[in-house]
Design a protein around this ligand. Sequence first.
Ligand code: ADP
Length: 483
Amino acid sequence: MKVLFAVSECVPFIKTGGLADVAGSLPKELKRLGTDVRVILPKYGMISDSYKKQMKKVTSFYVQLGWRMQYCGIEELKLDDVTFYFVDNEYYFKRDQLYGFYDDGERFGFFNRAVLEAIEKIGFYPDVIHCHDWHTGMIPFLYKVEYQKRNGYGLIRTVFTIHNLQFQGIMPKETLQDILGLDERYFHIDQLEFYGNINFMKGAIVAADKITTVSPTYRNEIQTEYYGEKLNHLLIKRDEDLDGILNGIDDDMYHPLKDSSLVQSYSADDLQGKAINKAEIQRKFALPVNSDIPLLVMITRLTRQKGLDLVQCVFDELLSDHLQMIVLGSGDASFEHFFREMEHFYPTKFKAYIGFDEDLAHRLYAGADLFLMPSQFEPCGLGQLIAMKYGAIPIVRETGGLNDTVHSFNEATNEGNGFSFTHFNAHDMLHTIRRASSFYQNEDVWDLLVKRAMNMDYSWAQSAFKYNRLYSELISRSESHVF
Ligand code: ADP
């Protein structure tokens, strides 16, 4: 089976969030199952030189984008047995950020056409193109209305995975003809039209043969008005072709026994090392070095999705408790300012590191006792999975993948691997943090919880198997999806 992953970010080359983790780890796992997976992504200027030096040019050609003819180089790099193709166009991708430019519609419109053209130019005709999030949303659509008719392309199937429905790639109407070179007739409510604009993600949901999202709970949530981001009706229409497959985490990357970022490795059988990592973090952040005080950590994009409104709302109450808190994150300026300011109010209890730092993230997961993730919505969430792996007990809101992976501790039955609350409510969150902290003081209970969390299996093996099965079923279908 041959699968081409089209994605806008991928570990270890470039990462802004969980999408990159998935794109970096799932192909490796599929490869182990015997699937020939290759990954194609933009060659961003921000990718480190050490990787750029290893890339070898495969071919170059021109991509027609409306009236433009744009250069497209394809470069190749092999890592962990997986082939990665990089789409090279410096005008579009040699910038200091990945997203958020006025011409994102043109940049990713180019990327989508480049992927479809590259198939023929590199001679890798996949059975399935697996696209991820809006940045690749026009691939299934363009495939169905244009490329399917091309020699050698006819039998390809398309899968589209929704990692976050909130970001849809909504572009002005002009993008349709001027950039994508598509006919006016596709500006229709059953096709690409979305409240007077065009919508990349909608294109994929309309056209892909299969749609998946990254947890069973989120799969159901996005068919409701609250979580559906105005695409819920369309997702209900595609119900039969919509699956929820939980993300995993990469065992090579996140493992307290193998992690070179940590000052001391450790395992569920020997937690001494975890205490050393905690002390090191307390020292680094100039907090009192004291193992009796629970250390609560957040590692997150600083956006409303992640429940930071709740944290802000009860911050003073929370910090009046017997705990220490560290936030690692970057994002909305208002949250960045808030956390920076709070450092001055609680110098011995609260620290913020505003920025993106992979190495520090690993050390924080290892040093933390509690990991807070009170998301408003959470398609899957990797933070809570990594936290559990490192023995930091997650405190989450019961939504999306958080609901599927964290089970609230029940002292009567002695079940559960974390703490959770149902409603998006600041005091419910505060109460849950307090409940978790109270168990921290009971060494026996805490030890058991930490060990249980660390022994959970959230590796990719099971999910990769489900994706493989989905590809096989799709390939064996005699007809592809018609819309
Ligand atoms: P999302 O993809 O919505 O941002 P996830 O929980 O799925 O959320 O994935 C977030 C990933 O990004 C995790 O691997 C987390 O550790 C990492 N991360 C988030 N913020 C930072 C940061 N400021 N520095 C380092 N890593 C971060």
